[in-house]
Design a protein around this ligand. Structure first.
Ligand code: TEU
Ligand code: CA
Length: 563
């Protein structure tokens, strides 16, 4: 029927290139490393790879700070390597999705260098410049109280000595926000998309695409986090006044001329009408978005994300049910993910990752993800049940700018409290983005086979690689009769999803039991077939009678309830 689309059925695998596979012994993953693993990915059941940014970049935020959209960072390889990757993908009937980061650039992008060179630069208005404010004591202050997203103790504005104005830098000072109000900026962004589509890329994951339109008054945000000087400003820049106009324009002028997969990252916004405006079948904006509901399940509502909040299966069901029903009832499209490079490992977050339960937990999540409706995204290492870094790791092992800023905040605020420092380490162990960024564990060789034995990985390999690695799971797909390695389970579950795409991708959905504290059970059906998924998110055996006469004994999981 006409609702069938390749990008709905596709299994997308996210590659975080620095940590995927290093082929030249510099300790940093590279494009040839991706090409080398295409057979592995195809065998797993992957159709599309989404590669996190590989463009030229000073790596202030691991490539989410782009200095040249039309060139590759030498640490990853060359444009010729990308052409070769695309050719090798084509041979396997697979596709490439690039990461498009156009809310901001690097401070080293030629556009910004020009913009900051003088107040009269022809590109001055390509970025967002404002004069300082002065407080009652005559001290210089930023134009408003918005907090930096990757460093909540800091302002979202950065002072420029040379031209004596502030520029907006929502993420870090190294990532100035582009001014999308400028027609020339939007035209330049359109050219970037065309450049990659013409080279053979099949679509984009659009980084924080819902932040491009800012409320132009730039007023102070309400004070919600009392002990912080700066405040979350998302109300003034998430899904701002011209977002839909600009997404429609992008679609009309560029995307509609190609056959693409587009997925917009859309933090902060939960409003159903806003979601449908972007992903509704008639909306002509994007195919789908990443909603944050499931990965925000353990944040204190209204606070910054580095907080710990208990949850149980009823919370999870409420979230899953809402998005599944919304897409069905209002004809939108959904994406499914529980991991990416910004989140801790799912087996550690949603289940019990101890040696005893890790494999069960990973398979529980694989079963949930592969039987829900939406385009499925698998993050590198998720198919192996890779887990968070060990609690024993020192803060110097954390490489992410956001983690470094968080530790800094705690050292500044509580220099003499060992208790607070321990809390900071515990929060980072549970939530830091570093958890997902450790090198992929390929083998039991030194550095888990990520790089050659005599080189040093850019980030420490998780200590558990002897037990948790791809080679081990591939060579023992059935550790005992009727059991599966995590990898073999994913492989089977993905094949199953494809075989029954009419049910699992396109079918109807009903959550079966909204109130049980640990069982998540749902029904999926098409005109011809019906399946029921039953998952137990606890360590105890449960007898669940939700299917009438059929009694189901289930098992698995847990979160941080015992901490
Ligand atoms: O992330 C944006 C985003 O809002 C979050 O996922 C963010 O990492 C988190 O809320 C921080 O608390 C995207 C990228 O995925 C991320 O890696 C970049 O750092 C960020 O944009 C800036 O480009
Ligand atoms: Ca390398």
């Amino acid at each position: 029927t006409d609702k069938h689309r390749w990008w709905k059925e596709a299994v997308v695998y996210q590659i975080y290139p620095a940590s995927f596979l290093d082929t030249n012994g510099d300790g940093w993953g590279d494009i040839p490393g991706i090409t080398q693993k295409l057979d592995y990915l195809q065998d797993l059941g992957v159709d599309v790879i989404w590669v996190s940014p590989i463009y030229k970049s000073p790596q202030a935020d691991m490539g989410y700070d782009i200095a040249n959209y039309e060139d590759i960072d030498p640490s990853y390889g060359t444009l010729a390597d990308v052409d070769n990757l695309i050719a090798e993908l084509k041979k396997r009937n697979m596709k490439l999705v690039m990461d498009l980061v156009v809310n901001h650039t690097s401070e080293e992008h030629a556009w910004f260098l020009d913009s900051r060179s003088s107040k009269t630069s022809s590109k001055r208005d390509w970025y967002i410049w404002k004069p300082a404010k002065y407080d009652a004591d005559g001290n210089r202050q930023p134009p408003n109280n918005w907090a930096q997203i990757l460093g909540e103790a800091n302002s979202a504005w950065t002072w420029d000595e040379e031209t004596q104005e502030y520029y907006l830098s929502l993420f870090t000072p190294e990532q100035p926000d582009l001014n999308w109000q400028s027609n020339s900026v939007r035209a330049a962004v359109h050219d970037v998309l065309r450049f990659w589509l013409d080279r053979g890329c099949s679509g984009f994951r659009m980084d924080v695409i819902n932040l491009i339109s800012k409320v132009q008054t730039f007023v102070d945000a309400e004070v919600v986090v009392k002990d912080n000087k700066y405040q979350p400003g998302d109300k003034y820049y998430a899904n701002g006044p011209r977002l839909h106009e600009w997404l429609k324009e992008l679609n009309r002028d560029v995307l509609s001329k190609y056959d693409t997969l587009t997925v917009g990252e859309m933090p902060f916004v939960r409003d159903e009408d806003e979601i449908m405006r972007v992903v509704g079948a008639e909306s002509s904006e994007l195919n789908m978005i990443f909603s944050f509901d499931l990965v925000d399940i353990d944040n204190v509502p209204g606070d910054f994300k580095f907080t710990l909040h208990p949850w149980d299966a009823t919370d999870l069901k409420r979230i899953v049910n809402r998005l599944q029903r919304l897409m069905l009832e209002r004809d939108g499209w959904n994406s499914l993910f529980v991991e990416n490079h910004d989140q801790p490992r799912s087996v550690s977050r949603y289940t019990d990752d101890s040696d005893e339960y890790r494999e069960y937990g990973a398979k529980l999540l694989a079963l949930m993800q592969t039987t829900l409706a939406g385009t499925l995204y698998v993050y590198q290492g998720e198919e192996l049940g890779m887990r968070n870094v060990p609690e024993s790791w020192d803060e110097s092992e954390y490489k992410d700018v956001e983690s470094i800023n968080f530790f800094k905040k705690y050292h500044t605020l509580y220099p003499n409290s060992e208790e607070k420092q321990a809390l900071a380490r515990r929060i980072m162990n549970k939530k830091a983005r570093d958890n997902a960024r450790t090198p992929v564990q390929w083998t039991s060789a030194p550095h888990a086979g990520f790089t050659s034995s005599d080189s040093k990985p850019w980030m420490r390999v998780n200590d558990d690689y002897i037990a948790v690695n791809a080679q081990q799971q591939l060579s023992h797909p059935n550790p005992s009769p009727g059991t599966f390695s995590v990898h073999a389970f994913w492989r089977r579950a993905l094949a199953n999803r494809k075989r029954h795409a009419d049910v699992f991708v396109y079918g109807d959905f009903e959550m079966l039991d909204m109130s049980h504290k640990s069982v998540v059970a749902f029904r999926r059906w098409s005109e011809d077939e019906e399946f029921v998924t039953v998952l137990n998110f606890s360590r105890e055996e449960v007898i669940w009678g939700g299917l009438g006469s059929l009694e189901v004994k289930t098992w698995v999981g847990g979160n941080y309830d015992e901490d």
